[in-house]
Design a protein. Structure first.
Ligand code: ACO
Length: 337
């Protein structure tokens, strides 16, 4: 019997970039009425990285992308598409992806931004998977990058303690997995969703057509992140649980098939509640929220790349990814590395 190559995409390499400046909870105690104890107990965050002056979103994205290309053994000239998940781009127009294309030396290819907030990387992975699976494109760069420190109100303790800056990236290409492989490598399932009913529970209300930037919008601080934290917390646990179960079902798997959970690092309590209900043991749950905070769309690819480079996540391991953020948008993926 001939053994056919499966039409499937695979993560060929990953990379990440974190700016060097560390801002600890103790630093924040000097800026707003908060405490290390409150932040650690409510979120699991101890410190986060903050981009220095002059460093912009596309710089961080390009650094992560170059690392991912090196790891994949793919040259920038071979890229057929660049997808940049971000809600904190260089500027409203053009796409940050256009600057990334220039900075990494990629050729003319479609390059666009994707606004799904914390779910941006999973959305990008799903889109890249469709193009590669259908044979239309070969090599796609998916980046998740956020420079949230420049859209935070550093006098608002309810938001400024949560987020950090950084970038993560993956290069996807065709899998050479065959039907006869017992455990074929590649993207095994993806699912993405949006429900606008909670669109105003997490938003940056200024700077668009609703509230064009003016002295008045700046006085009202509409250029900053505004959030109803408890609304997001409740829906995050519910939807991440549902989408994780859905991802397993779509891939024809059960919890015992999962080697690693690589969940969006929003809040340790959200992750703990989801994984305890999916019933995956704690030692299989990757975490870095204590060191990097919530980096939104960059969260999953940073976490994944750190663990690939540390030799923890290995070729052939099965990873469950899940994320939820503003929109609200959420999604999941199961990838055999
Ligand atoms: N330091 C000290 N006290 C604070 C702080 C702070 N940084 N922030 C809020 N408080 C106070 C509040 O004012 C309130 O005081 P009060 O009781 O006197 O009114 C008290 O702490 C409790 O506030 P809550 O908002 O009820 O705190 P909660 O336990 O819900 O935790 C948090 C807040 C951490 C934001 C939580 O709701 C959460 O994680 N929500 C999910 C939101 C999230 O992660 N968003 C990120 C983007 S979306 C995503 O990535 C999933």
């Amino acid at each position: 019997m001939p053994s056919h190559v499966l039409p499937r995409s695979r993560i060929l390499g990953t990379g990440h970039y974190l700016p060097p400046t560390v801002r600890t909870n103790l630093d924040l105690e000097k800026m707003v009425d908060t405490s290390d104890t409150w932040i650690t107990e409510r979120t699991g965050i101890r410190e986060r990285r903050i981009a220095h002056d002059g460093l912009v979103t596309s710089d961080m994205a390009a650094n992560a992308a170059k690392n991912a290309l090196d790891a994949a053994g793919v040259r920038a000239e071979q890229l057929d598409m660049i997808i940049v998940g971000t809600v904190t781009g260089d500027m409203p127009m053009p796409a940050t992806a256009a600057f990334v294309q220039q900075k990494i030396g990629a050729p003319s290819c479609p390059a666009f931004d994707l606004s799904a907030a914390c779910a941006g990387f999973v959305f990008g992975l799903s889109i890249a998977d469709q193009f590669i699976r259908t044979g239309q494109l070969r090599h796609i760069l998916v980046v998740g990058v956020e420079l949230l420190s420049r859209v935070l109100d550093w006098t608002d303790r309810s938001t400024c303690v949560l987020f950090g800056d950084g970038a993560g990236a993956a290069v996807l290409g065709p899998s050479d997995a065959r039907e006869s492989d017992a455990k074929p490598r590649g993207v095994l399932s993806t699912a993405i969703h949006t429900d606008g009913a909670l669109a105003t529970s997490l938003w940056i209300p200024g700077g668009g057509s609703v509230n064009p930037t003016s002295h008045a919008t700046v006085d009202q601080k509409l250029q900053y992140v505004h959030m109803k934290g408890q609304d997001i917390f409740k829906v995050a646990v519910k939807n991440l649980l549902a989408t994780s179960r859905d991802a397993l079902e779509r891939a024809g798997m059960t919890k015992t098939d999962i080697d690693w959970v690589c969940a969006h690092q929003a809040n340790k309590r959200i992750i703990d509640q989801v994984v305890s209900r999916v019933e995956v043991p704690a030692e299989k749950v990757l975490m870095n929220i204590d060191r990097v905070g919530n980096t939104s769309s960059a969260s999953i690819p940073i976490l994944l790349d750190e663990n690939v480079r540390a030799g923890r996540v290995k070729a052939g391991d099965t990873v469950l990814m899940c994320a939820l953020g503003a929109g609200i948008s959420w999604g999941s993926a199961i990838v055999r590395m």
